[in-house]
Design a protein around this ligand. Structure first.
Ligand SMILES: [Fe+2]
Ligand SMILES: [Fe+2]
Length: 295
């Protein structure tokens, strides 16, 4: 337990995160970096970029509500300390992706209406399943739902977006890199802390598996409608990026070239990657992944 405590201490967090990879950043990227003209000057791509960024804000608001809500039901002080650092990480993620919406031209007075206009109802349901557990003070289900399911999903989505923008948007790629580093720490905590709790409380397994199945269902439905809506902008963005000839950064991700893939191919590589990760991570904590019926 003492190794666990020091690995997730505030001291460690300060050194590796704010004084480490976030040092000298501004809203997660290097000062002065801007969204590329490729995005700002094309109405179809711009709208699609706003739509995608809205989902990131919705997911991060959920993570903020979950990580802060779990502090008071955590059974030990080490977990409370870690969740306090995670709460600040998630508040930062909300802030940087909200700032991105402003950088894309959303007016501050129109933030909430923009979120309401573009949020994916499946993602909203996904968040509700998790927050219901948090509100009940269910620490085990809450941590599995947040640190394994929500963040396992976020981790892969961020990585995919990072590969997809390739060399064409260093500002967003930079913002994503810091977020990915944070999520890696959060997922690590989930696996380390919950594995032992599940062993102590095997009676909780069935409930946790049921929640995971519901969350996976809403997640797959989210992917499917997002890619269906983004098809036109995606191929337009791909064509323009190819014409600009990028800077040679690889856009390959898990064997799929995102610069040329169809929306269906992107959806399938993302779903396959996330589900594979779920199975491995849940297996490590003694939970058997439950396949949802296809949405
Ligand atoms: Fe986050
Ligand atoms: Fe996170």
């Amino acid at each position: 337990m003492s190794d666990f405590l020091s690995a997730y201490s505030i001291q460690n967090w300060l050194e590796s995160c704010p004084q480490g990879y976030l040092e000298d950043t501004e809203y997660g990227h290097a000062p002065g970096q801007k969204e590329p003209e490729l995005v700002l000057d094309n109405p179809t791509i711009l709208r699609d970029t706003i739509r995608t960024t809205v989902q990131l804000v919705v997911g991060e608001r959920c993570a903020l509500a979950a990580s802060s809500g779990l502090i008071n039901c955590a059974p030990d002080h080490g977990s409370k300390t870690f969740l306090a650092t995670q709460t600040l990480d998630e508040a930062r993620h909300v802030e940087i992706f909200t700032q991105r919406l402003y950088d894309l031209g959303v007016k501050k007075s129109e933030l909430e209406s923009t979120l309401a206009e573009y949020d994916n109802p499946n993602l909203v349901k996904f968040a509700e399943v998790l927050l219901e557990k948090v509100e009940k003070g269910d620490f085990i289900a809450g941590v599995v739902g947040q640190n394994i399911v929500l963040e396992g999903m976020a981790f892969s989505v961020f990585e995919m977006l990072h590969a997809a923008v390739g060399g064409n948007n260093p500002k967003f790629a930079n913002t994503l890199s810091g977020t990915i580093a944070d999520e890696r720490r959060h997922v690590g905590f989930g696996e380390n802390r919950i594995g032992s709790l599940i062993k102590e409380h095997p009676e909780r397994k069935a409930d946790v598996e049921k929640m995971q199945k519901e969350m996976a269902y809403h997640m797959l439905a989210t992917f499917s409608s997002q890619f269906a809506q983004s098809g036109a902008a995606m191929s337009e963005g791909q064509k323009m990026a190819q014409a600009e000839n990028g800077n040679g950064a690889s856009t390959k991700w898990h064997g799929t070239d995102l610069a040329t893939a169809s929306p269906e191919e992107m959806e399938s590589v993302l779903s396959d990657t996330v589900l594979k990760e779920f199975k491995v991570r849940l297996g490590r904590i003694g939970i058997e992944y439950q396949t949802p019926t296809a949405p």
